[in-house]
Ligand binder design. Structure first.
Ligand code: NDP
Ligand code: 8X3
Length: 254
């Protein structure tokens, strides 16, 4: 029987690349995001290409009721989730603390912390019943080190880091692995979302770098998920070669 991965934020970036990587390795997929047209297209394409099964499960992770309803009413055969890639998230704005938009902060807290937690809780309850599973949480280098104008995005990813650790401790007794992946700069739709469609500013983030790609992150996600049952990567920080931490870059701009 095929294994099942549930991926949130699968309409783009890391989630979409992970869907392809896991499908290529024979996993069946449950794919979440808000853009259902994209989910349907991705599912159809991957089913055809890899001869796997794919279930689109569109919902907004911020909607507590919808998250629990969608997961608790999955058909029985889809409840046997082996891996959760808890990846949906976003940054909005890059502003000084006193100038930042409160609405941006609310959306980041609601998505990156509360939505993240709803999905992890609902899926972990299914895993607990089976005494097996692997939760892979998407953190960030921004959850390891605060940078200027990072304020609430960094805080939300620090929360992810703390919850990742907390889940690992509490789920130990249920034989559930918990892994946190913490990438640095990666070129996806992330910066376009952060800068609200301003393509020029979004592109400048990667000036003089060869940033991580979505596929780089999908590869390490696959690595973490494909280790033997007794081995668990707890925390994995990954940057491109020209990035040392959340602040120091060596840009090729002489
Ligand atoms: P993208 O913008 O390319 O992808 C983000 C995904 O999250 C989309 O599929 C989007 O789907 C989904 N999403 C956002 N909000 C919601 C919501 N409320 N409900 C359901 N799905 C949602 O960015 P990345 O792939 O780069 O980002 C994925 C994760 O990686 C995020 O948690 C981000 O913080 C983190 N990260 C990104 C880094 C980077 O430099 N790119 C580095 C470190 C971490 P839709 O819009 O269809 O709902
Ligand atoms: C995304 C990486 O450096 O833009 O989490 O915060 S960074």
């Amino acid at each position: 029987m095929s294994k099942i991965i549930f991926i949130t934020g699968a309409t783009s970036g890391f989630g979409k690349a992970a869907a392809e990587k896991f499908a290529a390795n024979g996993y069946d997929l449950i794919l979440n995001g808000r853009r259902s047209d994209r989910l349907n297209e991705i599912c159809t394409a991957l089913e055809k290409k890899y001869n796997i099964a794919c279930l689109p499960l569109p919902f907004d992770v911020r909607d507590e009721q919808k998250v629990f309803d969608a997961i608790n009413t999955l058909p029985e055969e889809w409840k046997m989730i082996d891996v959760l890639f808890n990846n949906a998230g976003l940054a909005l704005g890059r502003d000084y603390f006193e100038e930042a938009d409160l609405n941006d902060w609310n959306i980041m807290v609601d998505t990156n912390i509360k939505g993240f937690m709803y999905v992890a809780k609902a899926v972990s309850q299914l895993m607990v019943k089976r005494k097996q599973g692997h939760i892979i949480n998407m953190g960030s280098i921004a959850g390891k080190q605060v940078y200027e104008k990072g304020n609430m995005y960094c805080a939300s990813k620090y929360a992810v880091d703390a919850l990742n650790h907390a889940m690992r401790i509490d789920l130990l007794r249920h034989n559930i692995k918990v892994t946190g992946i913490h990438p640095g700069a990666a070129e996806t739709e992330f910066s376009l979302v952060r800068f609200k469609g301003d393509e020029e500013t979004a592109a400048r983030i990667y000036d003089g770098l060869e940033p991580l790609s979505a596929e780089d992150v999908a590869d390490v996600t696959w690595y973490c998920a494909s280790l033997p049952p007794h081995v668990c990567i707890n925390d994995l920080t990954i940057t491109c070669t020209r990035q040392a931490d959340a602040i120091y870059f060596y840009r090729n701009v002489y």
